[in-house]
Design a protein around this ligand. Structure first.
Ligand code: FAD
Length: 315
């Protein structure tokens, strides 16, 4: 079986759900080998083994985290030269896509970004034009480098016992041109990460800028908070929480859209949610074409009532 490299997405050794998804996909394509950048690979080992990594290659060179993406692309090139993978899977976030692009140039390989599914072949599926078309593609040259969007697969446990293998990489001066001078985590909200949450409550222009009822309802459900672009552009909520074509793609079990009209660019980021609920005071709002349950009403009344009911039932 050919090797399939998975670049591990982690925060201080805590593996993100997207990596479990990549490993699940990797198992369809060959032998999953995880590449871990950082010096705490041993902490990540149980999580990587749980989803089927057969080996973990640890890249501990400190220069990899001192500079922006160029050294990471160089390092992956060196790993690829050693283990000759048929496929390299990387999370579709801003950093992942930049690494993938640089790596594709170095390896003279084909690259597909933002895959929403990857099957044997590997045949990838992308969702384009705001979700109006799906495109299936196959890379025809070199190692197939694919960046995969969150929620492209349901993580399936496999229980392997991988070993960590340290791998020395040499970083050229040419790759060390942009040094990280400061890196601060976003203030913790205590809520789940947007792209990983099972439940999301999002607010739009209809909130009038008051996200209090949206946050309170989200907290009663243990949910993440999202926002439409109109709310983000108005400065009511940070861009990191924007759902849609130019924001995050989410696919939770339950998506609640409050005061959001349902523009195609918003749908592009949430239409694969399992159950969709909308609260909108306009019964002709386009979002109602998409929903499993709709409430016609003022979110400032509906959300507090729903929060009260959920809280009552939990106690
Ligand atoms: P509106 O369309 O103004 O809708 C507000 C809704 O709230 C209305 O339906 C109204 O009936 C309802 N409402 C008002 N008051 C209340 C109340 N008290 N209670 C209940 N309901 C109420 N948008 C995104 O969301 N994400 C993206 O990533 C994104 N990317 C874009 C990319 C491009 C290239 C372009 C051109 C646009 C993009 N947009 C995106 C913008 C998108 O087209 C819409 O403008 C935006 O989604 C509208 O946000 P909204 O639904 O909050 O606001």
């Amino acid at each position: 079986m050919s090797n399939v490299l998975v670049l591990v997405d982690h925060t201080a050794g805590v593996v993100r759900k997207t990596t479990a998804e990549l490993l699940t996909i990797a198992r369809r394509l060959g032998e999953p080998v995880a590449v871990f950048i950082g010096d705490n690979a041993s902490e990540a080992l149980p999580a990587l083994g749980q989803y089927g990594a057969t080996k973990v290659i640890a890249l501990t060179n400190p220069e990899l985290s001192q500079y922006l993406v160029s050294p990471k692309a160089e390092a992956l090139q060196q790993v690829a030269a050693k283990i000759e993978p048929s496929v390299i899977l990387i999370s579709s976030n801003a950093e992942g896509k930049e690494i993938a692009a640089r790596l594709a140039v170095k390896l003279e390989s084909g690259l597909i970004t933002d895959a929403v599914d990857v099957q044997e072949g590997p045949v990838t599926t992308q969702s384009v034009f705001a979700g109006n078309y799906t495109v299936k593609s196959k890379i025809t040259k070199g190692t197939a480098i694919i960046t995969v969007k969150p929620n492209a697969a349901t993580p399936e446990a496999a229980e392997t016992s991988p070993e960590v293998e340290e791998f020395d990489v040499t970083i050229s001066d040419a790759a060390k041109t942009a040094r990280i001078t400061e890196s601060k985590p976003r203030a913790a909200t205590g809520r789940p990460e947007l792209t990983e949450a099972a439940i999301i409550v999002s607010g739009g222009r209809g909130t009038g800028g008051d996200f209090g009822p949206v946050e309170a309802f989200a907290d009663s459900l243990g949910a993440a908070v999202g926002a439409s672009r109109a709310a983000v552009d108005s400065g009511w909520y940070p861009h990191a929480y924007q759902v849609g074509q130019t924001g995050k793609t989410v696919s939770p079990q339950l998506y609640v859209a409050a005061g959001i009209s349902g523009a195609i660019q918003h749908r592009a980021g949430m239409q694969t949610s399992k159950t969709i609920v909308a609260i909108n005071k306009d019964n002709e709002a386009p979002i109602f074409e998409l929903v499993d349950f709709g409430v016609v009403g003022d979110l400032h009344k509906v959300l507090p009532a729903a929060t009260e009911e959920v809280t009552k039932r939990k106690s």
